[in-house]
Design a protein around this ligand. Structure first.
Ligand SMILES: [Zn+2]
Length: 580
């Protein structure tokens, strides 16, 4: 037995010494040549990648991963082949549920912050694969609607990291069945790659004949068809920036183009009516977006998906969504979202995506009133409610111990790469800012905002723009909602006191309490005989605020929060006033 222990001490020592830091290298630059053969579902890749050592230690070993249906062919540094071992690596970051990992021995150690360029080659097939979903029990028929990536003769669409590793990535294993592990790994990857550059030329050759298929990758990319004899080479020059919110994606299909700039509209035969719905929705959407966010200039693309039940997907200004249905409301909202991206580029995900989702809600308001917009926003609430409740619980525990919430307990909006936060929570934050600042001030701040490249670098840039326009201190709000994650507020009526002046004018004094750790300005409505009055009041975290309201009748009920402020508990928001 003693022998066994000694052996184990040795082996754990050895494994520690050999521990592979899979996330040590970030891929700072991609320059790839992708050749597709849709008939064989094949993809062949050649090109260069730049690895940067983002770890604190020198690294001699790099782990490069591609989809398990692809195989490594060659890896070279400075023109010389380098040694590598290829092995399968289980990870749900790829639709096949596994990766082909090349463990590469670099010719020299790469110091922290230093980079090395690799010439790489790999090839294989990308068929439809639902393994990572079916193995956790999702029925194949449903899994296909989410996991629709494939190369095939009739329809090719392949999304990048998080869906299909059609280009090398460097990640720890991700597990679908283990809480948030998959999303954590993907978010971490996106954060590391946020400033990377990605260029790829996607090409396929075919025999001429009927109309050539259309390639779409990054909207506005150059597309070309080279004819030599009977054969054609169809290619697109794709480039992606801001990889925190954009996922390198390409699609090739027999698309019909119905474009009117800035919209590149690609629909599939049979979906003509759905495509017309989009065309018709363009002008009103353009008008709305220009009024708030400035003129959309860069092209946006909306590309059809063959399966009407496919989950839509967005990468930067490319939206892939089925046009099978003629849904003019949805078309309008989708266009508004992409046009906001076109008008207002930003390297901050909470600004880039948050404003686009906020604009969708405002567009709903324009068409159906404030309640329609709040109902629409309400669909976002569930996305972040549970994680925010955990944050609140963690903060609660730390009370009195002078311990600030663990970093892992929250996701400050300003820096998060978690979609549920930078989309859903951010949409609410912009809505609350609008309610507090007013339309004119928020429009002015947005007009002055420059999010490209490094403009939005100062931590308080957005706050200062809005404060200047609104002439109001909002630092407390940004602290609670943007710079920190303090969970959500929880409002209730603490007390009411109806009273009358000597001349018989009725008043009510209302005290609201916020039990949560995030403050907000919240609307509350007082119902009285024959009407209602809505007022707004700022209630900071863990405090109360009191106001008095003049009423034309006797108050019967107070309802706090019309749904515009996300709260952790909405069951304590109605207060009935018993007759005196
Ligand atoms: Zn978006």
């Amino acid at each position: 037995m003693k022998f066994f222990w000694v052996f184990c001490v040795l082996c754990s020592f050895a494994s520690a010494a050999w521990a592979l830091e899979r996330e040590a290298f970030t891929i700072a630059k991609y320059d790839l040549e992708i050749r597709l053969e849709p008939e064989q579902q094949r993809l062949g890749a050649r090109g260069k990648i730049m690895l940067r050592n983002d770890s604190a230690h020198p690294q001699k070993i790099a782990a490069l991963q591609i989809s398990s249906s692809l195989n490594w062919r060659s890896i070279r540094v400075d023109g010389k082949a380098v040694q590598f071992v290829s092995q399968p690596y289980t990870s749900d970051i790829d639709h096949t549920g596994a990766l082909s990992e090349a463990i590469v021995t670099l010719p020299v150690e790469i110091k922290p912050k230093d980079s090395v360029e690799l010439e790489i080659g790999y090839e294989g097939v990308i068929p439809l694969d639902t393994t990572r979903l079916t193995r956790v029990g999702i029925p194949e028929g449903i899994a296909k609607h989410t996991s629709w990536d494939q190369i095939s003769p009739s329809f090719t669409a392949v999304r990048g990291a998080g869906y299909v590793a059609w280009y090398p990535i460097t990640t720890e294993s991700a597990d679908f069945s283990e809480g948030n592990s998959l999303f954590e790994v993907v978010d971490r990857w996106k954060a590391r790659e946020a400033r990377s550059e990605f260029k790829a030329r996607v090409a396929m050759s075919r025999e001429g004949g009927e109309a050539p298929p259309v390639t779409i990758c990054s909207p506005g990319s150059d597309r070309a068809i080279q004819q030599s004899g009977r054969s054609q080479l169809i290619s697109a020059e794709c480039s992606w920036t801001r990889l925190g919110t954009a996922t390198p994606t390409f699609a090739i299909a027999g698309y019909v183009s119905g474009s009117k700039l800035p919209l590149i509209l690609l629909s599939l035969p049979g979906h003509e009516a759905g495509a017309v719905t989009y065309s018709n929705a363009l002008d009103p959407a353009m008008k709305f977006v220009s009024g708030w966010f400035g003129q959309p200039s860069a092209p946006i693309a909306i590309a059809d998906l063959a399966d009407p039940n496919s989950a839509p997907f967005e990468s930067g200004t490319l939206l892939m969504a089925s046009m099978a249905a003629e849904d003019s409301k949805l078309a309008g909202i989708n266009l508004v979202h992409e046009l906001v991206h076109s008008a207002l580029p930003s390297s901050r995900p909470w600004v880039y995506e948050g404003l686009a989702h906020f604009a969708e809600a405002m567009y709903r308001q324009e068409q159906g009133g404030r309640q329609a917009a709040l109902d629409f926003l309400g669909l976002h609430r569930a996305a972040f409610l549970d994680s925010e409740k955990e944050v609140s619980a963690a903060l609660q525990k730390n009370v009195g111990q002078k311990v600030v919430a663990e970093k892992s307990a929250g996701q400050p909006l300003a820096v998060t790469f978690d979609e549920t936060y930078y989309r859903s929570k951010a949409a609410y934050v912009w809505w609350m800012l609008r309610d507090m600042a007013g339309d004119d001030a928020l429009k002015e701040a947005i007009r002055k905002y420059r999010g490209e490249d490094d403009n939005d670098k100062a931590p308080k840039y957005v706050e200062l723009l809005i404060e200047a326009a609104a002439k109001r201190d909002l630092s407390w709000f940004f602290d609670d909602w943007v710079y920190q994650d303090r969970g959500l507020p929880d409002f209730h009526v603490q007390s009411v006191h109806p009273w009358k002046t000597e001349k018989g004018v009725q008043f009510i004094t209302v005290t609201l309490e916020n039990l949560g750790n995030a403050g907000a300005e919240v609307p509350f409505t007082i119902f009285f005989e024959g009407g209602e009055i809505t007022k707004r009041i700022e209630v900071r975290a863990k405090t109360t605020a009191t106001t008095r309201v003049e009423l034309p009748g006797t108050a019967s009920k107070i309802v706090v929060n019309d749904g515009s402020v996300p709260e952790s508990d909405l069951t304590n928001n109605v207060f009935k006033i018993s007759a005196p």
